[in-house]
Design a protein around this ligand. Structure first.
Ligand code: HEC
Ligand code: HEC
Length: 190
Protein backbone atom coordinates (compact mmCIF):
# COMPACT_ATOMS: atom_id res chain seq x y z
CA UNK A 1 0.00 0.00 0.00
CA UNK A 2 2.84 2.31 0.89
CA UNK A 3 4.45 1.78 -2.48
CA UNK A 4 1.22 2.23 -4.41
CA UNK A 5 0.61 5.52 -2.66
CA UNK A 6 4.10 6.71 -3.54
CA UNK A 7 3.66 5.78 -7.21
CA UNK A 8 0.31 7.55 -7.28
CA UNK A 9 1.82 10.72 -5.87
CA UNK A 10 4.68 10.54 -8.31
CA UNK A 11 2.29 10.09 -11.24
CA UNK A 12 0.25 13.06 -10.04
CA UNK A 13 3.44 15.10 -9.74
CA UNK A 14 4.70 14.28 -13.21
CA UNK A 15 1.30 14.93 -14.77
CA UNK A 16 1.33 18.27 -12.97
CA UNK A 17 4.42 19.44 -14.83
CA UNK A 18 1.93 20.35 -17.55
CA UNK A 19 1.18 23.36 -15.31
CA UNK A 20 -2.28 23.25 -13.71
CA UNK A 21 -2.89 26.95 -14.24
CA UNK A 22 -6.62 26.69 -13.77
CA UNK A 23 -6.28 24.80 -10.48
CA UNK A 24 -3.77 27.43 -9.29
CA UNK A 25 -6.36 30.12 -9.93
CA UNK A 26 -9.09 28.16 -8.17
CA UNK A 27 -6.77 27.47 -5.27
CA UNK A 28 -6.04 31.19 -4.82
CA UNK A 29 -9.19 31.57 -2.70
CA UNK A 30 -8.05 28.86 -0.29
CA UNK A 31 -4.67 30.24 0.69
CA UNK A 32 -6.10 32.34 3.49
CA UNK A 33 -7.54 29.28 5.16
CA UNK A 34 -4.18 27.50 4.97
CA UNK A 35 -2.46 30.55 6.47
CA UNK A 36 -5.08 30.79 9.22
CA UNK A 37 -3.73 27.54 10.67
CA UNK A 38 -0.14 27.50 9.39
CA UNK A 39 0.85 31.19 9.54
CA UNK A 40 3.11 33.03 11.95
CA UNK A 41 0.64 32.83 14.84
CA UNK A 42 0.10 29.10 14.41
CA UNK A 43 -0.12 26.69 17.34
CA UNK A 44 3.23 25.11 18.22
CA UNK A 45 2.19 21.69 16.92
CA UNK A 46 1.22 23.03 13.47
CA UNK A 47 4.17 22.99 11.06
CA UNK A 48 5.66 25.94 9.21
CA UNK A 49 5.03 25.25 5.51
CA UNK A 50 7.87 27.50 4.30
CA UNK A 51 10.87 25.60 2.95
CA UNK A 52 8.93 22.46 1.96
CA UNK A 53 9.65 21.13 -1.52
CA UNK A 54 6.59 20.86 -3.78
CA UNK A 55 7.16 17.14 -4.14
CA UNK A 56 7.28 16.50 -0.38
CA UNK A 57 4.19 18.68 0.13
CA UNK A 58 2.32 16.75 -2.57
CA UNK A 59 3.30 13.39 -1.04
CA UNK A 60 1.93 14.52 2.32
CA UNK A 61 -1.30 15.96 0.87
CA UNK A 62 -1.94 12.74 -1.07
CA UNK A 63 -1.27 10.78 2.13
CA UNK A 64 -3.70 12.96 4.15
CA UNK A 65 -6.35 12.47 1.46
CA UNK A 66 -5.79 8.71 1.28
CA UNK A 67 -5.55 8.19 5.05
CA UNK A 68 -1.91 6.93 5.01
CA UNK A 69 -1.14 9.95 7.19
CA UNK A 70 -3.75 10.56 9.85
CA UNK A 71 -4.78 14.03 10.89
CA UNK A 72 -8.44 14.97 11.22
CA UNK A 73 -7.90 18.63 10.35
CA UNK A 74 -5.84 18.06 7.21
CA UNK A 75 -7.65 14.93 6.04
CA UNK A 76 -11.04 16.62 6.33
CA UNK A 77 -9.77 19.65 4.47
CA UNK A 78 -8.36 17.84 1.43
CA UNK A 79 -10.87 14.98 1.29
CA UNK A 80 -12.56 16.40 -1.82
CA UNK A 81 -9.46 17.90 -3.46
CA UNK A 82 -8.70 16.63 -6.97
CA UNK A 83 -5.13 15.75 -7.99
CA UNK A 84 -4.96 19.15 -9.69
CA UNK A 85 -6.04 20.91 -6.49
CA UNK A 86 -3.37 19.06 -4.50
CA UNK A 87 -0.73 19.97 -7.06
CA UNK A 88 -1.75 23.61 -7.00
CA UNK A 89 -1.61 23.58 -3.19
CA UNK A 90 1.84 21.98 -3.10
CA UNK A 91 3.21 24.39 -5.70
CA UNK A 92 1.97 27.29 -3.60
CA UNK A 93 3.52 25.77 -0.45
CA UNK A 94 6.89 25.61 -2.26
CA UNK A 95 6.82 29.39 -2.84
CA UNK A 96 6.67 30.21 0.89
CA UNK A 97 9.88 31.46 2.56
CA UNK A 98 11.69 29.13 4.96
CA UNK A 99 11.23 30.05 8.64
CA UNK A 100 13.83 32.06 10.58
CA UNK A 101 15.45 30.93 13.81
CA UNK A 102 13.31 31.88 16.82
CA UNK A 103 14.49 34.98 18.72
CA UNK A 104 16.90 34.64 21.65
CA UNK A 105 20.05 32.65 22.20
CA UNK A 106 19.54 28.88 22.40
CA UNK A 107 20.89 26.88 25.32
CA UNK A 108 24.45 25.92 24.36
CA UNK A 109 24.44 22.57 26.20
CA UNK A 110 21.23 21.41 24.59
CA UNK A 111 22.47 22.53 21.16
CA UNK A 112 25.66 20.54 21.63
CA UNK A 113 23.75 17.47 22.80
CA UNK A 114 21.39 17.80 19.80
CA UNK A 115 24.27 18.12 17.35
CA UNK A 116 25.87 14.98 18.78
CA UNK A 117 22.63 12.98 18.56
CA UNK A 118 22.09 14.17 15.00
CA UNK A 119 25.61 13.06 14.13
CA UNK A 120 25.15 9.66 15.81
CA UNK A 121 21.92 9.02 13.88
CA UNK A 122 23.12 10.61 10.62
CA UNK A 123 20.08 12.89 10.31
CA UNK A 124 21.94 15.19 7.89
CA UNK A 125 22.68 12.32 5.48
CA UNK A 126 19.04 12.49 4.35
CA UNK A 127 17.79 15.89 5.49
CA UNK A 128 20.81 17.78 4.10
CA UNK A 129 23.89 19.33 5.68
CA UNK A 130 21.87 22.40 6.74
CA UNK A 131 18.68 20.37 7.32
CA UNK A 132 16.94 22.25 4.50
CA UNK A 133 15.59 19.03 2.94
CA UNK A 134 14.70 18.73 -0.77
CA UNK A 135 12.47 16.55 -2.96
CA UNK A 136 10.84 13.95 -0.65
CA UNK A 137 12.97 15.07 2.34
CA UNK A 138 11.32 17.64 4.59
CA UNK A 139 13.39 20.51 5.99
CA UNK A 140 13.91 20.34 9.76
CA UNK A 141 15.73 23.65 10.13
CA UNK A 142 13.75 26.06 12.36
CA UNK A 143 10.60 23.96 12.09
CA UNK A 144 8.44 24.40 15.22
CA UNK A 145 9.89 22.45 18.14
CA UNK A 146 6.66 20.89 19.33
CA UNK A 147 5.73 19.77 15.82
CA UNK A 148 9.16 18.16 15.33
CA UNK A 149 8.83 16.28 18.62
CA UNK A 150 5.26 15.20 17.78
CA UNK A 151 6.35 13.95 14.35
CA UNK A 152 9.16 11.86 15.83
CA UNK A 153 6.77 10.40 18.42
CA UNK A 154 4.28 9.64 15.63
CA UNK A 155 6.92 7.71 13.65
CA UNK A 156 8.08 5.91 16.78
CA UNK A 157 4.52 4.77 17.58
CA UNK A 158 3.95 3.99 13.86
CA UNK A 159 1.04 6.43 13.76
CA UNK A 160 2.88 7.95 10.82
CA UNK A 161 4.82 5.65 8.50
CA UNK A 162 5.92 7.80 5.59
CA UNK A 163 7.57 6.77 2.40
CA UNK A 164 9.63 3.55 2.72
CA UNK A 165 9.29 3.68 6.54
CA UNK A 166 12.84 5.07 6.92
CA UNK A 167 11.76 7.37 9.75
CA UNK A 168 9.97 4.63 11.69
CA UNK A 169 13.21 2.66 11.80
CA UNK A 170 15.18 5.71 12.92
CA UNK A 171 12.68 6.94 15.52
CA UNK A 172 12.42 3.49 17.11
CA UNK A 173 15.99 3.95 18.38
CA UNK A 174 15.28 7.36 19.97
CA UNK A 175 14.35 7.76 23.64
CA UNK A 176 11.81 10.42 24.67
CA UNK A 177 14.76 12.49 25.91
CA UNK A 178 16.57 12.11 22.57
CA UNK A 179 13.42 13.27 20.78
CA UNK A 180 13.10 16.35 22.98
CA UNK A 181 16.76 17.23 22.49
CA UNK A 182 16.71 16.70 18.71
CA UNK A 183 13.52 18.77 18.33
CA UNK A 184 15.05 21.60 20.38
CA UNK A 185 18.24 21.49 18.31
CA UNK A 186 16.55 21.49 14.87
CA UNK A 187 14.11 24.24 15.92
CA UNK A 188 16.88 26.57 17.13
CA UNK A 189 19.56 26.27 14.42
CA UNK A 190 21.06 29.67 13.67
C1 HEC B 1 -7.54 23.67 10.75
C2 HEC B 1 -6.10 23.84 10.68
C3 HEC B 1 -5.41 23.58 9.35
C4 HEC B 1 -5.73 24.10 8.10
C5 HEC B 1 -6.91 25.00 7.73
C6 HEC B 1 -4.69 23.65 7.20
N1 HEC B 1 -3.79 22.86 7.87
FE1 HEC B 1 -2.21 21.89 7.01
N2 HEC B 1 -1.78 20.99 8.81
C7 HEC B 1 -2.45 21.22 9.99
C8 HEC B 1 -1.86 20.41 11.05
C9 HEC B 1 -2.30 20.36 12.51
C10 HEC B 1 -0.80 19.68 10.45
C11 HEC B 1 0.14 18.66 11.12
C12 HEC B 1 -0.50 17.31 11.09
C13 HEC B 1 0.29 16.29 11.88
O1 HEC B 1 0.64 16.55 13.01
O2 HEC B 1 0.57 15.23 11.30
C14 HEC B 1 -0.78 20.08 9.03
C15 HEC B 1 0.14 19.59 8.09
C16 HEC B 1 0.24 20.04 6.78
C17 HEC B 1 1.26 19.62 5.84
C18 HEC B 1 2.40 18.67 6.13
C19 HEC B 1 3.60 19.47 6.61
C20 HEC B 1 4.81 18.63 6.94
O3 HEC B 1 5.84 19.23 7.31
O4 HEC B 1 4.75 17.41 6.83
C21 HEC B 1 1.02 20.29 4.67
C22 HEC B 1 1.82 20.18 3.38
C23 HEC B 1 -0.15 21.13 4.88
N3 HEC B 1 -0.60 20.96 6.17
C24 HEC B 1 -0.68 21.95 3.91
C25 HEC B 1 -1.85 22.72 4.09
C26 HEC B 1 -2.49 23.48 3.03
C27 HEC B 1 -1.97 23.60 1.61
C28 HEC B 1 -3.61 24.04 3.57
C29 HEC B 1 -4.70 24.86 2.87
C30 HEC B 1 -5.33 24.20 1.72
C31 HEC B 1 -3.66 23.63 4.97
N4 HEC B 1 -2.58 22.82 5.24
C32 HEC B 1 -4.65 23.99 5.86
C33 HEC B 1 -3.52 22.09 10.18
C34 HEC B 1 -4.19 22.80 9.18
C1 HEC C 1 17.34 7.44 5.56
C2 HEC C 1 16.99 8.86 5.41
C3 HEC C 1 16.60 9.61 6.68
C4 HEC C 1 17.35 9.77 7.82
C5 HEC C 1 18.72 9.20 8.16
C6 HEC C 1 16.55 10.64 8.69
N1 HEC C 1 15.39 10.98 8.08
FE1 HEC C 1 13.88 12.12 8.89
N2 HEC C 1 12.75 11.83 7.21
C7 HEC C 1 13.14 11.11 6.10
C8 HEC C 1 12.04 11.08 5.15
C9 HEC C 1 12.03 10.39 3.78
C10 HEC C 1 10.96 11.81 5.74
C11 HEC C 1 9.57 12.01 5.19
C12 HEC C 1 8.75 10.78 5.56
C13 HEC C 1 7.28 10.95 5.36
O1 HEC C 1 6.83 10.98 4.21
O2 HEC C 1 6.56 11.04 6.38
C14 HEC C 1 11.46 12.26 7.04
C15 HEC C 1 10.70 13.02 7.93
C16 HEC C 1 11.16 13.50 9.13
C17 HEC C 1 10.41 14.37 10.02
C18 HEC C 1 9.01 14.92 9.76
C19 HEC C 1 9.14 16.36 9.27
C20 HEC C 1 7.85 17.01 8.88
O3 HEC C 1 7.90 18.14 8.37
O4 HEC C 1 6.80 16.42 9.08
C21 HEC C 1 11.19 14.63 11.09
C22 HEC C 1 10.85 15.48 12.31
C23 HEC C 1 12.45 13.94 10.88
N3 HEC C 1 12.41 13.27 9.68
C24 HEC C 1 13.54 13.99 11.76
C25 HEC C 1 14.70 13.25 11.59
C26 HEC C 1 15.76 13.20 12.59
C27 HEC C 1 15.76 13.99 13.89
C28 HEC C 1 16.70 12.35 12.09
C29 HEC C 1 17.95 11.84 12.81
C30 HEC C 1 17.68 11.27 14.15
C31 HEC C 1 16.24 11.89 10.78
N4 HEC C 1 15.03 12.46 10.52
C32 HEC C 1 16.95 11.02 9.96
C33 HEC C 1 14.36 10.50 5.90
C34 HEC C 1 15.37 10.38 6.84
Amino acid sequence: MNKAWHLLARAAFIAGLAAPVLAQEQFADMKDSCIACHGEDAAEDVPHLGGLDAYYALLQLVAFRGGQRQNDLMSGLVADFTDNDLRAASEWVATLPAPDAPPGKPDADRMEAGAQLSKDHRCASCHGADYTGGRQMPPLRNQRQEYLAKSLQDYKAERRIGDRAAMVEIATDLSDDDIRTLAYYMAHLE
